[in-house]
Each structure stands twice: as structure tokens, then as C-alpha cells.
Design a protein around this ligand. Structure first.
Ligand SMILES: Cc1ncc(COP(=O)(O)O)c(C=O)c1O
Length: 390
């Protein structure tokens, strides 16, 4: 391995949301932070060098995106996902969450319904409800620890007030990498009912061996025209603090509308370091990326085997991608409140509580395993000890 993902880097006292969280909450500093979705790994050295070189120039005035920026996005998506993107389809924004808010504002009106498939990344709910739109929940079905889309439920709920679906592909927190068949069936239902598909594909690169990410828009021309795809190098290369994402809108009418929203919100300027980081990551980060994927898949297998062998009361959902494990704690028989207190006070670990992702997430916890193996071992040992002491 060229990169050392075993290295433990202290992130405390760096204003880091993940590791400085307990300080904000006012508790001890001894909790193991396994929540939120960023990695504890140092980014590729090529990214650090690129940012340093730009910093050395010493002038950080107004800047334009250059061609290399767009080419690196197009080349990465083509190489890794066979997704052919034209330069003019790309609209750059700061974060994906801000883009989701603007997307909701652009294509729907107050009172319109927007579908989400729970349990799902909780900021989808915020983007809908904060904008006074209405959530139409199409809960995923769990069968023997694997989650599926429930098309019958979806079709039975659709009416003329449903305008959009926010699809999570691959799906946070349950770790499914949706198949072409599943996406095709979903896309056809949406086409038939004039529902715009917003595909949040931020986790697209984080796919385990044996699975393949299918960009929704790449399936056919009709889906391409009826979709907006959100991508970013931020999850893949651990760059969330640099605020950069790209919204792919092949349909020119839809794109014009989105650009107008950005204009009305005065969203024009770019983050110089975000641009440099994206180019370096996509153009020179391949080895780091491959090694990181080996490492996190190894972490997932370690976590799953550990829990299956040592804490069989818990059930780990089979993950096909992402670095987030979805763990069923229901057999402990604790209420959500009691479970969270138990995990923090006895287990000494911080997870995302399952109910944040939807009502059907109650009794689950989401564990971020993008950390050194040693930290993961410590977290699991600490959890095991706490459960044995019940
Ligand atoms: C599905 C999904 N979309 C968006 C985000 C956040 O993206 P950003 O930091 O660009 O807002 C996350 C972070 O966990 C996520 O899981």
C-alpha cells in the first residue's frame, strides 16, 4: 500500500464536527466518534500539494472555473461509471445540501409532494419541509436484512400533487447500490406520472467489489431528460469542508430554471481551493481511491464478522457500498432514548440514531467505519463490553 490508512490522526481541536462534537455537547473527551459522514483519513498527498502550491501564490481573488475542472469531472464519471456528461450540463454549487434546497425551490411549489424512500439521509426531509413542501414517504421494505424499493406502495400513493422524488443512489444509510432493474422500474413510474427524479449520487464511488453503481441518468435518454444528478468528490476523497459539488442537468429547460435560481440567490463565486482539490483528486487520486476502497471494505467485513461472532443480538445490514453500517439494536429491547443514552454512557461510542433517517429507522444506529482499523476495533470492543454488562 502506498497510503497508510492505519495512521491515527488526532482530529480533536480542529473545529471538526465529528470529533469536537462532545466538546460542544459538554461531555467528556473519551467518546469514540463513529457518526456523521466524513472519513478520518488524510486526503491524497497530491490534493494537499495542489492546495499548498496554490496557497503559495498568495492571491485569492475572484476566480473562474477552468476547462481542466470540467474535464476532470467528465473523465472521472466516464471512466468509473460509464456516464457521458457534456460540459454544459454541469452546474457547480457549493454543497449538495444547498443544491437540494435550491432544486426543491426551483421545480416545485409550496404544498407539492416530494417522495423520499425512508430510512434515508435526513437532510432530504429538511430540504422538503423547510421549503413548505410535503413529504410523501415510500418506505423501503426490509426482507432478511436487505432493503428493497416498494413499488406497489409507491404507485398506490402517487397523485397529481406529487412533483419530485429525491433518490439516494447508493443509499445512505442502508448501503444498497440500486440495480439497473430497480432504477429502471422507478424511472418508468416517474416518467408516467411526470415526477422529476433528483438523483443524489454523492456516494457513487463508494461501491464494494461485486456491485456496480448505475447513474440513474445513464440508463436511457428519457431518464436523462427527466433527471438531475448530484455528484461531488467530497465523500470519495474526504473533502466536505471544501464545499464543492456538481449538479448535472442534461435537459436545457430544467438547467435554465436552476441557473435562474442560483442567480436570484447570487450564487456565482467559486472556492479556489475546492476547484484545485477536485482537479487533483479526480486526476491524481486514483491510487489513493483504490487503496481507500480496499481498506473500508476490509473495515466493513471486520465489523460485520466481529458483530456476528461476538454480539449476535445485533444485526448488521449487508452493505454493498458507502462507509456507513446500518445496525439493528432492537433485540436489546431498549427505547430509542434509552439506546442512545446506553451507547454514549456505557458503550462510549457516538453513532447516528436511526430514527433521524425516518420512523422505520427506530431501533437502528448508523456507524461510520471510515476510520483506522484500530479505532474501529476499540469502538466494537467497547460496545461489546457494554452489551455484556447489561
Ligand atoms: C446522500 C447524501 N447527500 C448529501 C450529503 C452531504 O453533501 P454536502 O456536504 O455536499 O452537502 C450527504 C452526507 O452525508 C449524503 O449522505
Amino acid at each position: 500500500m502506498k497510503y497508510n490508512f492505519d495512521e491515527i490522526i488526532d482530529r480533536r481541536n480542529t473545529d471538526c464536527v465529528k470529533w469536537d462534537h462532545d466538546k460542544i455537547e459538554g461531555s467528556n473527551n473519551d467518546l469514540i466518534q463513529m457518526w456523521i459522514a466524513d472519513m478520518d483519513f488524510k486526503v491524497p498527498m497530491e490534493v494537499i500539494e495542489s492546495i499548498k502550491a496554490r496557497a503559495d501564490h498568495g492571491i485569492f481573488g475572484y476566480t473562474n472555473f477552468n476547462d481542466q475542472y470540467f474535464n476532470s469531472i467528465m473523465n472521472w464519471m466516464k471512466k468509473h461509471h460509464s456516464f457521458d456528461i457534456s460540459k454544459e450540463w454541469i452546474v457547480s454549487t457549493s454543497t449538495i445540501v444547498s443544491a437540494l434546497y435550491w432544486i426543491v425551490q426551483t421545480y416545485t411549489s409550496v404544498g407539492d409532494k416530494i417522495i423520499i424512500q425512508t430510512p434515508v439521509y435526513h437532510r432530504f426531509k429538511g430540504a422538503i419541509e423547510d421549503n413548505h413542501r410535503v413529504i410523501l414517504e415510500n418506505p423501503l421494505k426490509e426482507v432478511d436484512g436487505r432493503y428493497y424499493m416498494d413499488f406497489e406502495d409507491l404507485e398506490s400513493k402517487i397523485d397529481s400533487t406529487v412533483k419530485m422524488i429525491i433518490l439516494c443512489n447508493p443509499h445512505n444509510p442502508i448501503g444498497r447500490v440500486w440495480t439497473k432493474e430497480e432504477l429502471t422500474r422507478l424511472g418508468e413510474i416517474c416518467l408516467k406520472n411526470n415526477i422529476l427524479v433528483v438523483a443524489d449520487e454523492i456516494h457513487c464511488d463508494l461501491v464494494f467489489k461485486g456491485y456496480k453503481h448505475i447513474p440513474f441518468a445513464s440508463i436511457c435518454k428519457e431518464f436523462e431528460e427527466n433527471s438531475i444528478t448530484c455528484i461531488a468528490p467530497t465523500k470519495t476523497f474526504n473533502l466536505a469542508g471544501l464545499h464543492m459539488s456538481n449538479i448535472v442537468i442534461p435537459n436545457s429547460e430544467l438547467r435554465e430554471k436552476f441557473n435562474l435560481t442560483l442567480k436570484l440567490n447570487a450564487m456565482g463565486s467559486i472556492n479556489i481551493f475546492g476547484m484545485m482539490a477536485l482537479i487533483a483528486a479526480y486526476e491524481k487520486g486514483e491510487t489513493w481511491y483504490e487503496e481507500m476502497m480496499e481498506y473500508i471494505e476490509g473495515n466493513y467485513n471486520y465489523l460485520k464478522d466481529y458483530i456476528d461472532e461476538n454480539i449476535p443480538k445485533l444485526k448488521v445490514t449487508k452493505a454493498e457500498g458507502t462507509y456507513l453500517a446500518w445496525i439493528d439494536f432492537k433485540a436489546l429491547g431498549m427505547s430509542e432514548e434509552k439506546l442512545n443514552k446506553f451507547l454514549i454512557e456505557e458503550g462510549k461510542i457516538v453513532l447516528n440514531e436511526g430514527s433521524v433517517f425516518g420512523k422505520n429507522g427506530e431501533g437502528f444506529g448508523r456507524m461510520n467505519f471510515a476510520c483506522s482499523r484500530k479505532i474501529l476495533e476499540e469502538a466494537l470492543n467497547s460496545l461489546n463490553k457494554a452489551i455484556n454488562n447489561i
